[in-house]
Design a protein around this ligand. Structure first.
Ligand SMILES: [Mn+2]
Length: 196
């Protein structure tokens, strides 16, 4: 059974339609109306092997805050739906990914408990038209709604675009590892018997 999740969410600030297939081939069809996030989420889909479809719009005439946060909420909700009872998943994923002069470590625990640790001193506040401080808001909203523990540590780096790419690529590979189904394991990897 392919693990899919779909979310349609409309508020006075944003409107988002998002679907994810955890057992895809890394295909993405993205129009979040935040071009830099399209680029980052395209990297996430490609490197994690999920299929991702997003249509998003919002009050970006103010700034990208509401839309970036709500995209995190919707990705989190869709991942939680797609994971279902989390049967047989590896639960943990941890990688160290270089991007030229940058090195980023990401560790994931699909614990059912939301928690974000985010250590990344991005040099520039702006990456093109995007406010780089919103990456933390995106991941906070994602972890809160996916029920996932996520540690992002950019150890060092110089170029802010490289650092953002390293974060999303490392997140993708750690996520891919954590959602991989171990055929020989029944139930969930928890002595509690559940990951909710
Ligand atoms: Mn790039």
């Amino acid at each position: 059974m392919r693990r899919k999740g779909e979310i349609s969410r409309k508020t006075s600030e944003t409107e988002i339609n998002l679907s994810i297939d955890l057992d895809g081939d890394g295909t993405a069809d993205l129009a979040t109306s935040i071009p830099f996030l399209d680029h980052m989420l395209n990297l996430f889909a490609r490197h994690s092997g999920v299929n991702l479809f997003i249509r998003g719009q919002g009050d970006t005439h103010i700034d990208d805050h509401h839309l970036a946060e709500d995209l995190g909420i919707c990705l989190g909700e869709a991942v939680k739906k797609a994971l279902g009872d989390k049967g047989g998943i590896r639960r943990y994923g941890a990688v160290s990914i270089p991007m030229d002069e940058t090195l980023c470590n990401v560790a994931v625990d699909i614990s059912g408990r939301p928690y974000l640790v985010y250590h990344s001193s991005l040099k520039d506040r702006r990456i093109g038209g995007f406010d780089s401080s919103l990456l933390r808001e995106f991941f906070k909203a994602f972890t809160d709604h996916a029920g996932i523990t996520l540690h992002i540590n950019v150890l060092y780096g110089r170029n802010t675009h490289h650092m953002a790419e390293a974060i999303f690529k490392a997140f993708a590979h750690a996520f891919k590892e954590a959602v991989t189904v171990e055929r020989k394991m029944s139930g969930v990897l928890s002595t509690k018997g559940s990951l909710d």
